[in-house]
Design a binder for this molecule. Structure first.
Ligand code: BES
Ligand code: ZN
Length: 660
């Protein structure tokens, strides 16, 4: 081979490379540039939205006040094909369009529902988790109904399509939804902001052997419709109270129900229904207790739906139909406080609603406050309420340590511009919010004074959306004859301060005391000295006291809990056989933190048998933190991620430093 041959080959290669890159690439490169600047412009538009930076909607210009949703649930294609009629009210006469949120939706056509005339529309490129803006030109009148025909993507983030094998009965598929915070746009083209409330009617067609449920009052079914290859049935719903988009919910599956109270049924797959009815038998008591504090329950029905294990939350306050995880089925009603929490949302959140996700503490802080009041009244009184408040501070501290105490996400009021609300999620709005309200209650004269205030606050803002300042002004006005107390509230620090609350109330320690003492005895014990401990050390403790005991062990100084000690604790109290999910989660975290090998199989079993984020995140995190189980964590996730709902998979991937 001559030098000139080699040189000419190199030249040919270089020339072809040149053509490859600079001939074909200029177009793609400028396209990406155009896309980047289009994306940036859209992100800017979101940031500048004065109503809600997580939505393209501008309800100050035109707003939807009623939705009619006609949908066909297609399990084969894992899609919902639908038409939605949005009744739109212009806020001023000069407005000529409405901006909607969508995510992954294929739009088939937009018409004026009254005349059938096509309406002009444009769908923007999609930006990150916020999706694509759909702009629809409105008819001339101030009020009109826009009809949109569309299909959802099989990857819709609000939906999980389960195969029969992923259900308890193994025979039928299952569909579930989770819209909060900004996933509704993957099911419906909608003003996907809590600033907008609308009533809805729905007619959902699904395979005839399945049952459809929604966050509304059931309004009958149609006859079975037989076509060539399928038999379907229509289920109708009515939600007469205006609700924000994040409370729209649907579930389709092999579902049965059992009455658990005068306005309540529990729904689940047939195999679980008796356990569910037993577990949630106190629902009516909780509803009645809530009513005695904050006034009448206005939603008519209060049903519960127990979902398959992949449901990512403990509970979700979908109106008329709370969704709950089956990990609440402890067999002894010990985890029913989640239901108290979701019931409480029927007032705080569902009636008085945060205007956008920056004010999320108005939903969750108030709800946690009310939840604890309900639970205290049901059992254990004020000491139990304060024990729960004290316990909550532990999760708060844990989250603030993880976020970093200067993190902007540790503020009560969050700047949500450019932020995915799923990423900002933590116990801060729950327990910092609760602490603030507990502080206010004590400062302003105790429950006798504060509960009537709470009731008036709800009565004043029900059916509305509010911001933190609305609460502040209302409180200042209500207590205006108590200037001295009002002057002591440092609103700036409470609302905009980072880190732990600057004032922590002196909570009643009666119930916590024995848990802390027992934990301290274990922490102090030498590694061979277990003889002082007996199974009955914990027999008088309820499940939440056991949680407190384990939490104290988990917070022990490094090196104080050895693997051998974890095994001794496990044996002494039979923890390996304890199937209370809260206890199990903490026990596994403790074991992994102590680098105890004995229970890693239990840990894997726990995170592959359910997908509740509260449980899977910390266990994956603990597996990842220990070098001996790090690969196991990654392998387990890779093999099981498809079982998780999109939002859970994303959250776990983050803990494992993986991209999904
Ligand atoms: N509304 C929340 C769940 C939620 C929050 C979903 C934000 C999506 C985004 C629900 O009311 C809740 O707080 N659930 C808790 C239970 C509660 C007892 C703290 C849960 O799922 O653990
Ligand atoms: Zn909540």
């Amino acid at each position: 081979m001559t030098i000139s041959y080699i040189l000419s080959s190199i030249a040919v290669l270089l020339i072809s490379l040149f053509f490859l890159f600079f001939r074909s690439n200029p177009t793609t490169r400028s396209d990406t540039m155009a896309n980047t600047s289009a994306t940036e412009a859209l992100l800017d538009e979101l940031r500048q939205n004065p109503v809600d930076p997580n939505s393209f909607a501008r309800p100050d210009l035109s707003r939807v006040d009623h939705i009619l949703w006609k949908a066909f649930v297609n399990f084969e294609k894992q899609t919902i094909g639908a038409t939605v009629d949005l009744t739109v009210q212009k806020q001023t006469e000069t407005v000529d369009e409405i901006l909607l949120d969508t995510s992954g939706l294929s739009i088939d056509g937009v018409t004026d529902a009254q005349t059938g005339q096509p309406l002009n529309y444009t769908l923007s490129p999609s930006v990150a988790v916020f999706g694509a803006k759909l702009t629809v030109k409105l008819p001339a009148s101030v009020r009109s109904t826009v009809r949109i025909a569309y299909r959802t993507s099989s990857k819709a983030t609000a939906l999980q399509w389960l195969k029969p094998e992923q259900t308890a009965g193994k025979r039928h598929p299952y569909l579930l939804s989770q819209c909060q915070a900004i996933h509704c746009r993957s099911i419906l083209p909608i003003q996907d902001t809590p600033a907008v409330k609308q009533t809805y009617d729905a007619a959902i067609v699904a395979p005839k052997d399945l049952v459809v449920l929604m966050s509304a009052v059931r309004d009958g079914t149609g006859a079975v419709h037989q076509s060539d290859n399928s038999a379907t049935k229509e289920y109708r719903f009515k939600q007469k109270i205006a609700i924000p988009s994040y409370l729209i919910a649907i579930a389709v599956g092999d579902l049965v129900s059992k009455e658990i109270g005068p306005r309540s049924h529990v729904w689940s797959e047939p195999a679980l229904i008796d356990r569910c009815a037993y577990e949630f038998a106190n629902t009516e008591k909780m509803l009645a207790t809530a009513e005695s504090i904050v006034g009448p329950y206005v939603w008519g029905v209060y049903d519960l739906l127990v979902l398959p294990p992949s449901f990512p939350f403990g509970g979700m306050e979908n109106p008329c139909l709370t969704f709950v995880t089956p990990t609440l089925l402890a067999g002894d009603r010990s985890l029913e406080s989640v239901v108290a929490h979701e019931i409480a949302h029927s007032w705080t959140g569902n009636l008085v609603t945060n205007k956008n996700w920056g004010h999320f503490w108005l939903n969750e802080g108030f709800t946690t406050f009310l939840e604890n009041k309900i639970v205290g009244r049901l059992s254990g009184g004020e000491p139990n309420r304060q024990f729960r408040a004290f316990e909550g501070l532990k999760s708060l501290k844990n989250d603030i340590d993880n976020l970093g105490r200067d993190s902007p996400f540790t503020k009560l009021l969050i700047d949500h511009r450019g932020v995915d609300p799923d990423d900002a999620f933590s116990t801060v709005p729950y327990y910092k919010g609760h602490t603030f309200l507990f502080y206010l209650e004590q400062l302003l004269g105790g429950p006798e004074v504060f509960e009537p205030f709470l009731r008036t606050y709800i009565d004043n803002f029900k059916y509305k959306v509010i911001e933190t300042n609305d609460f502040r002004s209302f409180l200042q006005n209500y207590f205006s004859d108590n200037k001295e107390a009002l002057s002591r509230i440092d609103w700036g620090l409470w609302i905009n301060g980072t880190g732990m609350p600057h004032i922590i109330p002196d909570y009643d320690q009666t119930l916590a005391k024995e848990c802390i003492e027992l934990a301290n005895r274990w922490i102090a014990a030498a590694d061979t000295d277990w003889s002082q401990f007996r199974a009955n050390d914990i027999s008088a403790m309820d499940a939440w006291q056991r949680v407190e005991f384990l939490n104290n062990l988990l917070a022990a100084p490094e090196g104080k809990i050895s693997a051998a000690k974890v095994e001794a604790i496990t044996r002494t109290y039979g923890l390996q056989d304890n199937h209370n999910s809260e206890i199990r989660c903490l026990w596994l975290r403790l074991s992994l933190a102590a680098h105890c090998k004995a229970y890693t199989a239990d840990a894997v079993q726990f995170i592959t048998s359910q997908g509740r984020m509260k449980f899977v995140k910390p266990i994956y995190k603990a597996l990842y933190a220990w070098d001996e189980t790090r690969q196991l964590a990654v392998d387990t996730f890779k093999a099981n991620a498809h079982q998780l709902m999109d939002m859970s998979a994303k959250a776990v991937a983050k803990e494992l430093h993986l991209n999904v």
